[in-house]
Design a binder for this molecule. Structure first.
Ligand code: PMP
Ligand code: GLN
Length: 379
C-alpha cells in the first residue's frame, strides 16, 4: 500500500493532549476551552433534539442559520452576503478549509501557505495533487513579508491560504495586509482561503478585518469560520464558509460528498443563539481578561514574549534559558512541571526550531494560575 500522505503522522495536538492526560498535567497544549459553554446554549440543544430535529439538514445548511450568518456578517464586517448562494454551513472550519482547497486545486497547481502554518492546509493541498509553496512569516513578530509572498507567485499559483488572527502567533492582519493581498491577486487567476476561526478573539480593541469586508478580496475568497471556537464548543465541529456564488457552487460540490450536511439540531440551536449579537460581541472582553491574567504571570517565568494580538494562544521564547529542542522541552514540561504546551516547530514542514512554545489560555483561571506557579520553575 502506498500512503497518500507519507510524511504526515498524528497531529501534535493529539500527541500533547494525550501526554497531558497521562501525566496529569494542566493542558495548555491543544486549543480548546477548558470551561463549559453558556447554559442557555446547552438548553437549546436539548430543546431542538427533543423537538425532533434529528434527520439530515439541507446540504448547504438550514436557511435560518444561513440568514443569521448573513446578518452577523453585515453587522460585524459591513458586508452584504446572500444567505442562499454565498453561505454554507459545514462540519467545522476544518471541513470548510478542506472543501475550499479541494474545490480550487488541480494537480500541479501551486498554493502558497505562510509558515508557521496550521497543520490542516498542507495535507488538503497535497491530496488534490497541488504543490505547497511555503513562505516564512517575519520571524520578529510573525507579520507577513509581502515582498517574499510576491516573489513566490508563479504562473502556476492558484491559491493563497491565510489565517488571521494567526495560530500559533496571534498576529492580527492590518488594513495594509489586506490591501497588499488585494494587490497581489488583482488581475491574476489567484484565489484566497481565509481561515478566520479566531475572528471574535482579538485584544486591546484591535478589530478583526475579515476578507468578506474587503470589497475586492471578497470576490475571490473563501472565508472559513468555526462556531466551535467562538462559542466554546469545539466538539460540535460546526463551521461555515462564505464565498461568492460561483465559488460557493464549486465548494458545495465537494462538501456534499465529504459530509453532505452537518448536525441538524446544532444548526437550529445556533440559529437561535445568534439572535443576540452580544453573545459573540462579549467574546473579546471575556478572553482579554484571561490573556491579561496569563501574561501578568508569564512575566515572572523568565520566558520572553510579545503580547498576543488575537486567538487564544500565547507564544513564548525560551532559547536564553535552555538549548534543548522545543519538542523535547514540551515533553519535559509536561512530565516534570506538569504543564503541557505545543512546540511551535510543529507548524513548520521542516520542523524549524526557533525555541518557541505555544500556550492555550482558554482555560479556567484557577488552572492558568496554577500553571503559572509551576512555570516559575522552568529556568
Ligand atoms: N484553523 C485554525 C487556525 C485552528 O486553530 C483550528 C482549530 N480548531 C481550525 C482551523 C479548525 O476549526 P474547527 O474545529 O472548527 O474544525
Ligand atoms: N486548532 C487546535 C490547536 O491549534 C487543535 C485542533 C485539533 O486538535 N485538530 O491547538
Amino acid at each position: 500500500m502506498r500512503s497518500k500522505l507519507p510524511h504526515i503522522g498524528t497531529t501534535i495536538f493529539t500527541i500533547m493532549s494525550k501526554m497531558a492526560q497521562e501525566e496529569g498535567a494542566i493542558n495548555l497544549s491543544q486549543g480548546f476551552p477548558g470551561f463549559g459553554a453558556d447554559p442557555e446554549l446547552l438548553d437549546m440543544v436539548a430543546k431542538y433534539t427533543k423537538a425532533g430535529y434529528n434527520q439530515y439538514a439541507p446540504m448547504s445548511g438550514i436557511p435560518s442559520l444561513r440568514e443569521k450568518m448573513a446578518e452577523k456578517t453585515l453587522r460585524c464586517y459591513g458586508a452584504k452576503v446572500n444567505p442562499e448562494t454565498e453561505v454554507s454551513i459545514v462540519s467545522g472550519a476544518t471541513e470548510a478549509i478542506f472543501s475550499s482547497i479541494t474545490a480550487m486545486i488541480h494537480p500541479g497547481d501551486e498554493a502558497i501557505i505562510l509558515e508557521p502554518a496550521y497543520d490542516s492546509y498542507e495535507p488538503a493541498i497535497l491530496l488534490s495533487g497541488g504543490i505547497p509553496i511555503r513562505v516564512p512569516l517575519n520571524s520578529s513578530d510573525f507579520s507577513v513579508d509581502w515582498e517574499r509572498v510576491k516573489n513566490s507567485i508563479t504562473f502556476k499559483t492558484k491559491l493563497i491560504v491565510i489565517n488571521s488572527p494567526h495560530n500559533p502567533s496571534g498576529y492580527v492582519w492590518t488594513q495594509d495586509d489586506l490591501d497588499q493581498l488585494a494587490e497581489l491577486v488583482r488581475e491574476r487567476n489567484i484565489y484566497v482561503v481565509s481561515d478566520e476561526v479566531y475572528e471574535h478573539i482579538t485584544f486591546d480593541g484591535r478589530p478583526h478585518l475579515s476578507l468578506v469586508g474587503h470589497e475586492e478580496l471578497r470576490q475571490k475568497s473563501f472565508v472559513c469560520g468555526s462556531f466551535g471556537k467562538t462559542f466554546h464548543v469545539t466538539g460540535w465541529k460546526l463551521g461555515y464558509c462564505i464565498a461568492p456564488e460561483k465559488l460557493t457552487e464549486e465548494f458545495r460540490k465537494i462538501h456534499q460528498y465529504v459530509t453532505f450536511s452537518s448536525v441538524t439540531f446544532l444548526q437550529y440551536t445556533l440559529a437561535e443563539y445568534l439572535e443576540k449579537p452580544e453573545r459573540y460581541e462579549s467574546i473579546p472582553g471575556f478572553y482579554q481578561e484571561k490573556r491579561d491574567l496569563f501574561l501578568t504571570g508569564l512575566k515572572d517565568t523568565g520566558l520572553e514574549f510579545q503580547a498576543t494580538q488575537g486567538s487564544f494562544f500565547q507564544t513564548a521564547s525560551y532559547g536564553h534559558l535552555s538549548k534543548i529542542g522545543d519538542r523535547e522541552l514540551a515533553e519535559k514540561m509536561t512530565k516534570e512541571l506538569k504543564v503541557a504546551c505545543i512546540p511551535v516547530s510543529s507548524f513548520y514542514h521542516n520542523q524549524k526550531d526557533d525555541k518557541i512554545i505555544r500556550f492555550c489560555f482558554a482555560k479556567e483561571n484557577s488552572d492558568l494560575e496554577e500553571a503559572l506557579v509551576r512555570l516559575k520553575n522552568l529556568g
